[in-house]
Ligand binder design. Structure first.
Ligand SMILES: Cc1ncc(COP(=O)(O)O)c(C=O)c1O
Length: 441
């Protein structure tokens, strides 16, 4: 059984030297929880410049869907690099962008024709959806959710409502966006319980919001994550999206699914919204789409993506290498990894639920596929958030060679590559359990 191997105090001397230079020259706005310097990656394993080996349950923030440096993805990148690095798909044509657009159109979970806009990141995909929704509807208002993370460019940031630090000193942002409570059933914003609540959080949109402050005829779109990511890996009840979608359609409002974190097979289905039986009007994709190469895609029904030439574009969007990496990634997802995400995700959830029986500090275990969150609490009755314990778990896990990240205020996210094995899950969980007993002391 392969285990993490920590040979030096962390960071080791080579990593520490690099971190020092970084501190001098790299933007201090980045949020590094611990000093991991990644030098080489293979599957779920990362080696640092001091020869320490880590088990990665972050996959580079849910990006390296096929694992680090999957040989088929690396080959696709190398082959494309030999042929063409760039020719700007906004002004010219080339095969990988066209082929990928056709592929994504075939995967889109709705009837009818599809068109794809390419950018370089999740924020750009959301930004493009934001602009398209305005362009198409000619309406000025939008709805998004508390806890949502949609990116940090000014448009995407205006939709984001995750952490106040992300907005501090950046106001005024784009006006006309109303944030509403997400279906966070473990901590229901209405202090109700599912299913007796009758999905009050959705009902209130029509019966409260649309009757008091927001004329629905002026709303362009509802921007929603199928499963809230940065907000805490929050899975809404099964009918949440379908009920909200119904209201959207009643008033001609577009339903925009931000699949940046939950999409591309991570939840065991290509798009997380498929778990909820809803075909949105627009999807934002990025992160896992190209196994680590920068790529964002805004995918929309063709009769919605009707903007004119010149209305939106990006020089690097749909870069040939990123598109080739995406095509190789999607092939791997379809042939083996999406299924593995479903199977191993179930195993991970079951093991965590077993652990919850003996670990009082595990308040909630939730997720779909390999998008799994564990919310830590000081007391199961009061649900007092154990944010400090959560932070210390992440630190201690790093010292043991396990890479984890948090989300929300007190949740640990498990977002391994989709090629994870049951053995790697066992290793992760035994280290995780050790850290739990340490932090509660
Ligand atoms: C749901 C969601 N949307 C958008 C983004 C922004 O993506 P990027 O960081 O690539 O701009 C993220 C990033 O975490 C995300 O999780």
């Amino acid at each position: 059984m392969k285990l993490p191997e920590i040979r030096t105090p962390l960071p080791g001397p080579n990593a520490a030297a690099l971190v020092n230079v970084d501190r001098t020259h790299v933007s201090p706005s980045y949020t590094r929880d611990y000093p991991l310097v990644a030098e080489k990656g293979e599957g779920l394993w990362i080696r640092d410049p001091d020869g320490n080996t880590f088990l990665d349950f972050t996959s580079g923030i849910a990006v390296c869907a096929t694992g680090h440096c999957h040989p088929k993805v690396v080959n696709a990148i190398k082959n494309q690099a030999d042929k063409l690095l760039h020719m700007s798909g906004t002004d010219f044509y080339y095969t990988p962008q066209i082929t990928l657009a056709e592929k994504l159109a075939g995967l889109a979970p709705w009837e009818g024709e599809t068109k794809v806009y390419f950018g370089n990141s999740g924020a750009e995909a959301v930004e493009a959806a934001f602009k398209l929704a305005r362009w198409f509807t000619k309406r000025e208002l939008n709805i998004a959710f508390f806890g949502a993370f949609h990116g940090r460019t000014m448009g995407a940031l205006s939709l984001t409502a995750s952490k106040v630090i992300q907005k501090k000193h950046y106001n005024p942002l784009i006006p006309g966006i109303t944030h509403i409570p997400y279906a966070y059933c473990y901590r229901c914003p209405y202090h109700m319980s599912y299913p007796d609540c009758g999905i009050e959080c959705v009902r209130w949109v029509e019966e409260g919001l649309f009757r008091t402050t927001m004329p629905p005829q002026e709303v362009a779109a509802i921007f929603v994550e199928p499963i809230q990511g940065e907000g805490g890996y929050i899975v809404p009840p099964p009918e949440f999206h379908a009920e909200l979608y119904k209201i959207a359609k009643k008033y001609g409002i577009l339903y925009v699914a931000d699949e940046v974190q939950a999409g591309m097979g991570r939840t065991g289905k290509m798009f997380a919204m498929e778990h909820f039986g809803v075909a949105p009007d627009i999807m934002a994709l990025a992160k896992g789409i190209a196994s680590g190469m920068p790529l964002g895609a805004m995918v929309a029904k063709s009769d919605i993506m009707v903007w004119e030439a010149g209305s939106h574009a990006s020089t690097f969007g749909g870069n040939p290498i990123s598109c080739s990496a995406a095509l190789a990634t999607i092939e791997l997802l379809e042939t083996e990894l999406m299924k593995n995400a479903e199977v191993q995700g179930r195993y991970l959830m079951t093991k965590l639920q077993e652990m919850q029986k003996s670990e009082e500090c595990i308040g909630d275990v939730r997720g779909k596929g390999l998008m799994v969150g564990v919310e830590l609490v000081k007391d199961r009755e009061t649900k007092e958030r154990a944010s400090e314990w959560r932070n210390n778990v992440i630190q201690n896990a790093f010292r043991k060679g396990l890479l984890l990240l948090g989300c929300g205020e007190n949740t640990i996210r498990f977002a391994p590559a989709l090629c994870v094995t049951a053995e790697e899950i066992d290793t992760c969980l035994s280290l995780f359990e050790e850290t739990l007993s340490e932090v509660k002391k």
